[in-house]
Design a binder for this molecule. Structure first.
Ligand code: NAP
Length: 546
């Protein structure tokens, strides 16, 4: 089979990968984007379960690199659903003429650095090969599904549906007895929709979720026009404040949120939380006070507010007792739902607590603690091997035969969240060491690609690969560790810290210090990398944060 040659191979055709391909071509490089799925979209291609939609506002969760694209695309809802986001990404691929450089149905299973040729050799599972100067991993931070090995699952005679591999034509739940395993963002989105038609819905819950109403509505033409009339300014505000489009000019926390929830009276706190609640979505709560995610006392004020709201939504105190979380809020990502807790009021919905218990499948359903639940369908929504999972599965071999798996066996060594030492010209977007989950990943992809583009340009001029050092990694790990230690995120087992994956090293994997500090660090690391080489082109990261 003929080997393909390119300046850049990008792996993964989601938001980050499509932009990476566009940017590389814009800079004049030959680039190929390889994608395992049979369409572009990444997470928005694979996750087609009922109710799948974004919890960042559509007007924010979209590219900012093209004013024309921003002006011409019309979102229909405040929070777009999966089909619409998927259409948007297909539109982008067409609008920027990307299809000719995209190879679908292509799963990469190894990438090896050739130190003599100073190039990456990539191979797909079906034996095709690529030879590239640079490799950009846009493999997603929530893309490798966790597939717990449930006892007896293969004996189950009913249908097993996984949230990440949903049938393209959907699934008719009418009258069926459905079991749902998993009550994270995915589970809480799908449950009320499934429960509407199912004959009986049984939720098998290990840990209850903090979830707030999304309050999704159609996007009104005037509002759309208003944001579009100030889009460049809005994007600036968005990057600086983290606020969502819905709150343009009226975000309750922008002028009222204090550094600490303990700095205000209880009434002031409750008023602000109530405003965020009424506004809908998760954004307001993340922004309300500066120390909600870091100070246990402050955190408890919001946790208690949300527990009370959950009780009100459920009604029945006995059921509510099982559904009210007791761990610090936001140590697992806050969920947003449409009618999740209200659905437990339906006579056809049951909740089974499986925490610390063994969940066993048999031919006709699930057994927990000697109690049997007859099922026609089991829906599995058990989350992801997040942040590092997609990259460590790729069999990446860098200098001196070192694998990325071994490089990351104890800690996720990286510099500024986009490269590791010993893996020259290998970059990643929204991966370990970057803010990923804490930022808007669409904008972060654009910002990281600004730096990656600069460095590749410089490398072409000076004729040396882009590389970071072990010292840079040490320094960045320390920065990430102290930012993580300042949060409460070690208080719960979650995909934030790897604790949701049996056997995974449990520690902070991302940078938890905020987007603006991250971009400043990124610019500083870019400058340091450029300093190591002879030529110094313009730094877009430095421009971005100036
Ligand atoms: P998740 O938050 O990790 O939730 C997985 C759920 O499965 C948890 O309730 C977990 O319980 C449960 N679980 C895992 N293994 C289990 C087992 N062996 N037995 C019983 N229960 C088990 O995953 P997710 O819901 O897919 O969401 C992941 C992230 O994706 C979100 O935090 C969010 O960032 C993103 N997302 C966003 C949206 C959105 O609204 N836009 C929608 C979906 C996903 P434990 O908590 O006890 O581990």
């Amino acid at each position: 089979m003929q080997q393909r040659t390119a300046d850049v191979v990008v792996v993964g055709a989601g938001f980050s990968g499509l932009y990476a391909l566009h940017r590389m071509r814009e800079l004049g490089y030959t680039a190929t984007l390889v994608e395992a799925g049979d369409d572009v979209g990444g997470t928005w291609y694979w996750n087609r379960y009922p109710g799948c939609r974004v919890d960042t506002e559509s007007l924010d969760y979209s590219y900012s690199f093209s004013e024309e694209l921003q002006a011409e695309w019309k979102w229909t809802e405040r929070y777009a659903g999966q089909p619409e986001i998927h259409s948007y990404l297909r539109h982008v691929a067409t609008r920027f003429d990307l299809w000719s450089d995209i190879e679908l149905n292509t799963r990469i299973d190894s990438a090896t650095w050739d130190d003599t040729e100073q190039r990456w050799q990539l191979r797909s599972t079906d034996g095709r090969t690529w030879d590239a100067t640079n490799c950009i991993l846009a493999t997603g931070f929530l893309s490798v599904p966790l597939q717990p090995r449930f006892d007896g699952l293969s004996n189950f005679n009913g249908t097993v549906l996984r949230s990440t591999e949903w049938p393209e034509d959907g699934f008719d739940f009418t009258g069926k007895r459905v079991g749902i395993i998993g009550t994270g963002s995915t589970g809480v989105q799908m449950m009320p929709i499934i429960a509407k038609n199912a004959g009986r819905t049984t939720v098998f819950q290990r840990t209850p979720a903090y979830s707030v109403p999304l309050r999704n509505v159609p996007l009104e033409a005037e509002f759309d026009a208003h944001v579009k009339s100030m889009y460049p300014e809005w994007r600036r505000l968005q990057r600086e404040s983290g606020a969502g489009a819905w709150s343009v000019g009226s975000a309750p926390w922008l002028d009222r949120g204090a550094p600490s929830a303990m700095d205000v009276t209880e009434q002031e706190r409750l008023d602000l939380y109530e405003e965020c609640w009424q506004l809908g979505g998760i954004n307001g709560f993340y922004m309300a006070y500066g120390d909600l995610a870091s100070n246990l006392d402050s955190n408890e004020t919001l946790a208690e507010f949300l527990r009370e709201k959950i009780r009100e939504r459920i009604g029945n105190p006995e059921v509510a007792d099982k559904l009210v979380p007791q761990f610090p809020v936001m140590t697992k990502r806050l969920c947003a739902d449409t009618g999740y807790f209200e659905a437990y009021r339906l006579e056809t919905v049951d909740l089974v607590d499986v925490n610390g218990k063994t969940l066993k499948f048999d031919e006709s359903g699930i057994e927990v603690d000697g109690e049997h639940y007859d099922l026609d369908v089991a829906v599995v929504a058990t989350g992801f091997d997040a942040v590092t999972g997609a990259m460590t599965r790729l069999n990446i071999v860098g200098q001196n035969g070192e694998t990325l798996q071994s490089h990351w066996s104890e800690e996720y060594r990286n510099a500024a969240g986009f490269m590791s030492a010993g893996f020259p010209n290998l970059f990643w977007i929204n991966g370990p060491g970057s803010p990923a989950a804490d930022s808007n990943p669409v904008l972060m992809a654009e910002d990281q690609m600004g730096v990656i583009g600069d460095l590749i340009d410089n490398s072409r001029v000076v004729g040396e690969p882009v590389a970071v050092t072990a010292e840079m990694e040490d320094e960045w790990l320390q920065t990430c560790d102290s930012a993580f230690a300042a949060t409460l995120r070690s208080e719960a087992k979650s995909w934030y810290n790897g604790g949701n994956v049996p056997g995974k090293v449990t520690r902070g994997m991302m940078y938890h210090g905020g987007d603006i500090p991250y971009l400043q660090h990124l610019a500083a690391y870019e400058a340091q990398i450029l300093d190591q080489t002879a030529s110094t082109p313009v730094s877009s990261a430095a421009e971005m944060t100036a």
